[in-house]
Design a protein. Sequence first.
Length: 438
Amino acid sequence: MSIGALRVGLAGVGTVGGGTWTVLNRNSDEIQRRAGRPIDITAVADLDQAKAKTLTSGKARVLSDAMALARDPEIDVVIELIGGYGFAKEFVLAAISHGKHVVTANKALLAVHGNEIFAAAQKQGVMVAFEAAVAGGIPIIKALREGLTANRIEWIAGIINGTTNFILSEMRDKGLPFDAVLKEAQRLGYAEADPTFDVEGVDAAHKAAIMSAIAFGVPMQFDRAHIEGISSLQAKDIAYAEQLGYRIKLLGITKRHAEGIELRVHPTLISSKKLIANVEGAMNAVWVKGDAVGHTMYYGKGAGAEPTASAVVADLVDVARMLTADPAHRVPYLAFQPDQMSALAVVPIAQVRSCYYLRLRVKDQPGVLADITRVLADGQISIDTFFQREPDEGMAETDVVLITHQCVEHDMQAAIARIEKLSTVLTQAVMLRMEAFV
Ligand code: HSE
């Protein structure tokens, strides 16, 4: 029996839109054999019509208004590659209300408005697929939602922003400061002209919020995430961490906690022996611990035209295969049945347990270490490792670096406040979290 083609409307022909057109056309025969029907982009919308026309060379209708795709009765599925939360949200909700299935790469939209979007989609019985929203070409949504469905997920830790991983790798390799490497990343096209979302950890937090929802069956809680980026990270801390056997990575972490779940993005020290510590440059990796499977790790390109298109097209194939299935028997958007979502809330960072790296700028005189260690002992914080740098020639001050055993962040912050008041401690402490991931 031959089934008609799945008719797709593509909104946005930027990097990923172009890649999607190319991959879908280049591999159309194999994709059809997998999907059971042809998948055709029949209409494309972009404000830049000339670009859309060049891309499609007469093989698809070209529109300037994406809303026309959302309303078009000749379209079964829309691909949203517009980005942002404004018009993209209106477009997605309009497409859903007109009974279209949606494929999107928009992590910001889902992390912030996902609860509303999934509720609307469920009401209409349409699919919203978003493999491309997290870690680009790595099929991590599929792995978490389907491949690991037997497991109780314990934690996820991911390098889910390639821009910051590139910057951290370069800072470590070349000993350069953040600002210099960021400029280089912009010159090479890795970082956006406005890199705020990437370097301040917001992009990674969007992706972590989505993975957290799927792993733990909770709603999107991006607004509760603790977010720290890498813009104030100093090359000297990367170097000291390395001397101690650690690398610093910007990780998106979500974990079970006795009182809820943890959801945080921050620079993190990880033993350089761990696989994830050796993920360099713009590559992404997601490490997942499930109770049955143990440790699993997924590695690949988190951005770029064809890697991201790989995920978009996989979603289209899923839609093609599931189109005729009863909506109640499709794979749930967030892995758990909508009426089985848990109310687990994100715990405040002050309640999180971690090991800590501290760097203190101190006067080089007797009793300094004794003062610092006394404050830590008073707070029941145990030191694992420390070293003191030789003072620079002619300087009466130096750096003391230490790593603690696990403690609650609230206790660590209280100890730091007391340490910073010591007359022998000259500047604000640098505090970074360290994770063992067992
Ligand atoms: N800006 C992201 C990154 C890619 O640097 O990884 C898209 O999610």
